[in-house]
Design a protein around this ligand. Structure first.
Ligand code: ZN
Length: 212
């Protein structure tokens, strides 16, 4: 494997003599199984805007959040075993905005996170508009999740496998990140997850063989 190009959000990897199944498996895992943070629960404390609570919660879920996979675990794998979550599996972000005497657009940058590593990837994503005097106050809870459970937890916008040179049996894997993780990290996590799947399969196969 050879890295052809990389920056924070994109990665091109050349794979020589690699089975297409293997490259496709990495691609699928990058899309569906590498976890990222997204807002999952929203508690609306006060909303005098004309936008429905459900719509605001939906929009918040789609805002990509920066993700530190070394610090957080999936809620179902967390030792707290609590519905509410703890500091290892959950981050709270607060939105509390009142419009003055002008119409005010509320942006992702108005959200205040209680964790510096978990915040919107951009301050400029619009959430809703407030007419003069209207207000929005809410608590949003972000958790790790996987793209296979909901699109809001997808780490990639694009992940494709292309033929480079059929004679030389070379493939190119292209990954583009939504911005929560570096493209390179998505790739290395996908490899890790694939490695674990292979190990699990081996263990299962050995178990079956010893029983036979
Ligand atoms: Zn927890």
């Amino acid at each position: 494997m050879e890295i052809l190009q990389k920056d924070d959000t994109t990665l091109r990897v050349l794979m020589k003599g690699t089975d297409r199944c293997y490259a496709s498996a990495i691609r699928r895992i990058a899309i569906a199984e590498v976890p990222v943070m997204a807002i999952d629960d929203v508690i609306i404390v006060d909303n005098t805007s004309i936008v429905y609570d459900e719509l605001i919660a939906h929009r918040l879920g789609l805002i990509p959040l920066t993700t530190d996979l070394s610090r957080f675990v999936l809620p179902k794998e967390c030792s707290c075993e609590s519905e509410q979550g703890c500091s290892n599996c959950r981050v709270m972000l607060v939105l509390d905005v009142v419009a003055g005497d002008k119409v005010r657009t509320v942006f992702s940058g108005d959200m205040i996170s209680d964790d510096d590593d978990t915040k919107p990837i951009s301050d400029q994503i619009p959430i809703l508009k407030l007419a003069p005097g209207q207000k929005i106050k809410l608590e949003a809870y972000a958790k790790l999740g996987k793209g296979k459970d909901h699109a809001k937890w997808q780490a990639t916008t694009v992940a494709v496998v292309k033929d480079v040179d059929q004679n030389k049996d070379a493939l190119e894997l292209y990954i583009e990140s939504v911005g929560s993780l570096k493209a390179e990290e998505i790739f290395s996590r996908a490899l890790e997850i694939l490695g674990k799947k292979v190990d699990d399969l081996k263990t299962t196969a050995e178990g079956l063989a010893s029983r036979g």
